[in-house]
Design a protein around this ligand. Structure first.
Ligand SMILES: *[C@@H]1O[C@H](CO)[C@@H](O)[C@H](O)[C@H]1NC(C)=O
Ligand SMILES: *[C@@H]1O[C@H](CO)[C@@H](O)[C@H](O)[C@H]1NC(C)=O
Ligand SMILES: *[C@@H]1O[C@H](CO)[C@@H](O)[C@H](O)[C@H]1NC(C)=O
Ligand SMILES: CC(=O)N[C@H]1CO[C@H](CO)[C@@H](O)[C@@H]1O
Length: 472
């Protein structure tokens, strides 16, 4: 219910001012009401001038790029079988388990595997991890700077988010060295932040840019070269089955003069951390499997924890984004259920977020997570389409997924000027993270869109996909 009481602050302020004026007049009758009103106006004008001088700068998304790996890095069911056999590291039970997960995962046969999958010797090696990270980072950044027409000298900040791999010098330094960014560039590397690292990086870049005009390059990638899991712990095998290669690079600026060239403007960001809760903290965690293997364990609790985090997250973001009519409608439904004493039903009500956003890029780490978000939020298949299709086409590419989804909407020609887009990501910790954008122009498929050449086949009918079962 606290959703309802945030908006009318301006009315309250007006009433307060009037009360103050009347009180002053009462205490000091020699000050006439017109004098007091003029005084109040002068104070208000001064306050407005002060606020506008300190108003934060706009955050504009100029353009972005998603990595499309080489066709020969395509990952199929057969390739995974081959890799599993070639590594000779899995028991029959673990192999069967991974096959079953693969078939239920919602991944198609066109995702991309990391480079070491294609090496004769599948041992984890540092050089493969570097190649994996650089492949995606270098190609997306080169493509982005070219299409946005921004010279490397103009980049003032570089933020790199990569959860599992943090070499020294950092991945941000790899970019500075490759592209020759100026010596004044400030670099930030985020690691261990999980699948929400992209939206966390966006929030960080926005906070920096709001203070002084600049150009920030955000690169979101993942490199699992040193983190592939070879043991038999089932919680850790799941990640192997659905993790796939992907990278996104985004160019942000707070230069208001760049508005005519920008695609989106940032309206809101919200980060919430639920790690104070024990189960949430442990829901997705990198740990030792007891036999010397290290992996990211996803517990059965993950979906429940994501649901709880989502509920708490939306209660904060709802009053910022929803129209008053939807807040009232939600308040009414909530109150009527309470009045009938149906506490569980009251808690299950969720405002209709399709009233706030035309498009939603929902983090699609796995099918179960998309299903849970759809169920809790009351989203139909049309709303979750981009998430399911990105998972099918590209797999779980970790925090860059939300940009592949944005690319899907653009490739389908669905983005219209003025449309609002919600990016919602979850990550280890457990974190939920939102960024909300407004489109500044109609979107269309970019020349380097990862969906070029395949978008006409989407959406695919996921229910007809016949599971291939059995060994090869
Ligand atoms: C997606 O992949 C990332 C990177 O490997 C992993 O940390 C995360 O747990 C995966 N998400 C799910 C839901 O499996
Ligand atoms: C983004 O890049 C594409 C090229 O792929 C270009 O056609 C488009 O105009 C760019 N968008 C903006 C807003 O500059
Ligand atoms: C998908 O395939 C199933 C089974 O063949 C069918 O019942 C369903 O109507 C199809 N859905 C769409 C959207 O075409
Ligand atoms: C080279 C460098 O500074 N790497 C740092 C990147 O950030 C992680 C933590 O997020 C540090 O552990 C690395 O040392």
């Amino acid at each position: 219910m606290q959703l309802l009481f945030n908006r009318p602050s301006s009315i309250l302020l007006l009433l307060l001012t009037l009360t103050l004026i009347l009180t002053f007049h009462h205490l000091h009758p020699f000050l006439s009401i017109p004098t007091l009103i003029s005084l109040a106006l002068v104070v208000a004008a001064a306050a407005a001038a002060y606020l506008s001088a300190n108003r934060s700068l706009p955050i504009l998304l100029l353009n972005y790029s998603c990595h499309l790996p080489e066709p020969e890095h395509r990952s199929t069911f057969d390739l995974c079988e081959y890799f599993g056999m070639n590594s000779r590291r899995y028991s029959d039970e673990s192999a069967d388990f991974m096959r079953a997960i693969y078939h239920k995962s919602g991944l198609g046969d066109e995702t991309y595997a990391p480079p070491y999958f294609f090496q004769a010797d599948p041992e984890a090696r540092f050089e493969f991890a570097v190649v994996e990270a650089e492949d995606g980072m270098f190609s997306t950044v080169a493509s982005l700077l070219l299409k946005a027409g921004v010279a490397p000298e103009r980049i003032s900040h570089v933020v790199v988010a990569c959860s599992m791999f943090s070499p020294a010098p950092s991945l941000a330094s790899h970019l500075v060295s490759r592209f020759g960014f100026p010596s004044g560039v400030k670099t930030y590397n985020l690691s261990g932040m999980g699948c929400s690292a992209g939206t966390v990086g966006m929030d960080l870049a926005a906070q920096i840019l709001r203070r002084s005009t600049g150009y920030a390059l955000l690169v979101v990638t993942e490199s699992t070269g040193l983190n592939w899991y070879y043991g038999d712990n089932r919680h850790m095998l799941v990640t192997n089955c659905i993790f796939r290669v992907g990278t996104a690079a985004v160019l942000l600026t707070s230069d208001a003069a760049a508005r005519p060239a920008a695609k989106f403007e940032l309206l809101h960001t919200l980060r919430s951390h639920h790690g104070a809760d024990e189960a949430a903290y442990n829901a997705a965690i990198q740990t030792d499997d007891g036999n010397g293997g290290i992996g990211v364990a996803l517990t059965k609790d993950l979906v429940r924890v994501a649901g709880a985090a989502l509920r708490s997250h939306i209660s904060t973001i709802a009053p910022r984004v929803l129209p008053a009519s939807e807040l009232l409608r939600y308040g009414w439904r909530f109150a009527s259920s309470m009045a009938r004493g149906e506490m569980a039903a009251a808690r299950a009500h969720v405002p209709d977020f399709t009233k706030a956003f035309e498009h939603m890029c929902i983090h699609s780490g796995g099918k179960a997570v998309i299903d849970a978000i759809g169920r809790i939020m009351g989203f139909d298949e049309r709303v979750t389409e981009a998430a399911r299709m990105s998972l099918h086409r590209f797999g779980n590419t970790s925090s860059s997924l939300v940009f592949y989804e944005l690319g899907y909407f653009e490739a389908k020609g669905r983005i219209r000027r003025g449309d609002r887009v919600w990016m919602l990501a979850f990550g280890t910790g457990f974190k939920a993270c939102s960024t909300v954008w407004r489109a500044l122009r109609d979107g269309s498929m970019d020349s380097d869109s990862p969906w070029r050449g395949c978008v006409h086949r989407y959406p695919v009918n996921l229910t007809t996909r016949a599971p291939k079962v059995g060994k090869i």
